[in-house]
Design a protein around this ligand. Structure first.
Ligand SMILES: NC(=O)c1ccc[n+]([C@@H]2O[C@H](COP(=O)([O-])OP(=O)(O)OC[C@H]3O[C@@H](n4cnc5c(N)ncnc54)[C@H](OP(=O)(O)O)[C@@H]3O)[C@@H](O)[C@H]2O)c1
Length: 308
């Protein structure tokens, strides 16, 4: 199997992992922002028409959750309008779209993990712009999969884990929110999941039209790390691992605080837990438990940790 894949957001956490995981599936065209600015609809159209991909994989997004509150137009341009154009262009050429979305489409007010059928109600601009992107893609009629994920982290890019490790070397005390519940998701797990799913669909499509291979599976899937914790629990676990490598870490205490003690411009859902049962039932894929992925990421980070 060898197909052309157009990958956006290659400089991001998930995009970087996708560049690796998709390489064995075909020719990956991965323009950085300088070659494909997602705020420019005409350039998106032009690129898709030139590349004629079989798949468009779109992890690119406006991900600055707090800043989005004061830059809603930019957030909607990238998270909604660009997705609408990608969807329409994909439909024109019969390409499949794999898109990423977020737990922040929910308000976090139920006390069980969210399933795909639960009603959405974003409580911030970022979540609202991502939800509108999901809807735009669904309305485009392109065969598509939307992976809603949460708390993404890994060895590259900006993320909570790397921030915590940096602080642990510089400060002796840290306050972390302990009343938001969810699961950290390794960017590499999302990269592997995407390659796995493309392989399965291609096998079912047997080189024919993706509308056939994806009929019955198009739609939204929750894809987050297995297990659950809080930001505080995640920080404590990360520091424990870090101490194994470096017993002289400066950080002594990780204080558990409430969301109200750490005000931010954007509200966050208190419950971000996502049930990934549909993903397992449809594609036979189980997301890694966050404890296991944390262990692997820490082992990989260790040689470079002093440079973080
Ligand atoms: N990070 C999380 O905790 C989290 C949680 C839930 C869901 N998600 C979703 O998961 C997906 C991947 O997230 P991530 O953590 O990998 O994001 P990320 O590390 O912030 O990367 C975002 C990517 O989008 C690109 N991008 C932003 N604006 C662009 C523009 N105007 N034109 C072209 N490219 C642009 C960035 O390019 P530059 O490098 O040039 O800025 C970067 O490559 C996103 O859909 C996000 O909404 C993330």
């Amino acid at each position: 199997m060898s197909h052309r894949i157009l990958l956006t957001g290659v400089t991001g956490q998930v995009g970087g992992e996708l560049l690796r995981s998709l390489a064995s599936l075909g020719e990956v065209i991965a323009p950085a922002r300088g070659e494909l600015d997602l705020t420019d609809a005409a350039s998106i159209r032009q690129l898709v028409r030139e590349v004629q991909p079989r798949w468009i994989v779109n992890p690119a997004a406006y991900t600055a959750v707090d800043k989005a509150e004061s830059e809603p137009e930019l957030a909607y341009a990238i998270n909604t309008e660009a997705v609408r154009v990608l969807g329409k262009e994909a439909d024109r050429i019969g390409a499949g779209v794999i898109h990423f979305s977020t737990d922040y489409v929910f308000d976090g007010e139920i006390d069980t993990p969210y399933h795909e059928f639960h009603p959405t109600r974003p409580i911030g601009v970022y979540g609202a712009s991502k939800l509108a992107g999901e809807e735009a893609l669904a309305n485009s009629r392109a065969p598509h999969l939307i992976f809603r994920t949460s708390w993404v982290y890994g060895t590259t890019g900006k993320n909570f884990l790397k921030t915590i490790l940096k602080i642990a070397r510089e400060k002796d005390r840290l306050r972390v929110v302990a009343d938001q519940h969810g699961a950290p998701t390794w960017s590499r797990d999302l990269g592997r999941l995407t390659a796995h799913v493309i392989r399965i669909i291609e096998k079912q499509s047997a080189d024919s039209n993706l509308y056939i291979g994806m009929s019955g599976v198009s739609g939204i899937y929750h894809a987050a790390g297995a297990g659950e914790t809080t930001w505080h629990g995640f920080a404590v676990a990360a520091i424990e691992h870090a101490r194994e490598f470096d017993p002289s870490l400066k950080l002594a205490e990780v204080d558990a605080i409430s969301t109200s003690e750490y005000p931010t411009p954007a509200r966050r859902p208190a419950n971000s837990r996502l049930s990934c049962d549909k993903l397992a039932a449809t594609f036979g894929w189980r997301m890694m438990d966050w404890h296991d992925s944390l262990r692997e990421v820490m082992a990989e980070l260790e040689p470079t940790r002093r440079e973080l």
